[in-house]
Design a protein around this ligand. Structure first.
Ligand code: ADP
Length: 312
């Protein structure tokens, strides 16, 4: 083999190793197995996910599909059983305890479903926002400026002196996002942040997350079981049985490009790196596709047909 062929091959394999090299968040074949007694649950079964810096995505899926497990891994609270997970420069598989604390303070902010988990009940909204800044060693002047900025951005500047119980559920969640933004993280992770809210209020909370994404450039990953959120983000990733199964992308209809103009939402199946694609159950049932199917390469697509051989 010539030197140039070898060089070419090694460049290709180096490229293959660096799956998602340009992405901010990389989940590569993530596996998380929970062991309780003799029972083993595979919460993540080889999940691949790439998120670019500045994106806002929704992760949807039925209860038990692995959404919270994914978020626990990304937040540095839980370690996967196998696979690779990187957020910016942080390799979450090999972080020391000290690095984990640093990662959770500086790189990511969290918003949880339970409003009570997000805010300290006996502190005002302003003090809640200042808390992470104090932990990070920010001075008084900086804390004040930052807390005003993020509360205003979230549209809850008027709540600065209120304690959580003096605010509505929607206001509390918007203050919670302000707390998550306090230390200027690159990523916000939100686990069902609108789960306890009515539709109108949950739109307000989504708007607040979008404002953070748009105005601060923070990357947002929102986990929800509500499939209607697809209408509010550009990319929705669906998880089924611990793997990403489909993605819905929204983009302006051609020729417009205006905000608020018609959008086209298209659903894509996700192909993993070994080339596996999940065929939706409706499609399988409609054509009685079972264990064996026939694949054919056409000029511009691949077709899948029932086996038709009559053999079991
Ligand atoms: P979702 O957030 O989509 O509802 P989860 O990530 O919470 O899904 O759970 C995925 C699967 O893992 C479920 O079958 C759940 O019962 C299981 N699971 C989650 N956490 C644990 C745990 N700490 N111990 C054992 N099983 C767990």
């Amino acid at each position: 083999m010539s030197d140039s062929t070898l060089e070419h091959l090694s460049a290709r394999s180096a490229h293959a190793v660096e799956f998602g090299r340009d992405a901010l968040i990389v989940c590569d074949n993530l596996v998380r197995i929970y062991q309780t007694g003799t029972l083993e649950v595979q919460a993540l079964q080889g999940l691949d996910l790439l998120v670019d810096a500045g994106e806002m995505i929704a992760v949807v899926g039925a209860s038990g599909s692995g959404k919270s497990t994914l978020l626990s891994v990304l937040s540095g609270l839980d370690a996967p059983t196998a696979g690779r997970v990187r957020v910016g420069p942080w390799d979450l598989m090999s972080m020391t305890g000290r690095e984990r604390v640093q990662y959770r303070r500086a790189m990511v902010g969290f918003v949880w479903q339970q409003t009570a988990r997000n805010l300290v009940p006996y502190l005002s909204a302003a003090r809640n926002v200042e808390l992470p800044l104090t932990l990070a060693g920010a001075g008084r002047r900086e804390r004040r400026a930052r807390r005003t900025d993020v509360l205003e951005l979230m549209g809850v500047g008027y709540c600065a002196d209120r304690r959580p119980r003096e605010m509505s559920g929607g206001e509390q969640q918007r203050v919670a996002i302000a707390v998550a933004l306090a230390n200027n993280p690159r990523v916000i992770l939100a686990d069902e942040p609108t789960g306890e809210l009515d539709t109108a209020t949950s739109h307000e909370v989504f708007d607040a997350l979008r404002a953070a994404n748009r105005d601060l450039g923070v990357t947002v990953v929102v986990v929800t079981h509500d499939p209607t959120v697809s209408g509010q983000v550009e990319r929705t990733v669906a998880i089924r049985d611990g793997r990403t199964s489909t993605e819905v992308l929204r983009r302006p209809a051609e020729g417009t490009g205006d905000e608020g103009a018609d959008v086209i939402a298209e659903e894509y199946a996700v192909m993993d790196r070994a080339g596996r694609v999940q065929v939706p159950r409706e499609f399988r049932e409609a054509l009685a596709l079972t264990r064996r199917v026939r694949l054919a390469l056409e000029a511009d697509h691949v077709s899948i047909r029932p086996d038709g051989s009559g053999r079991p």
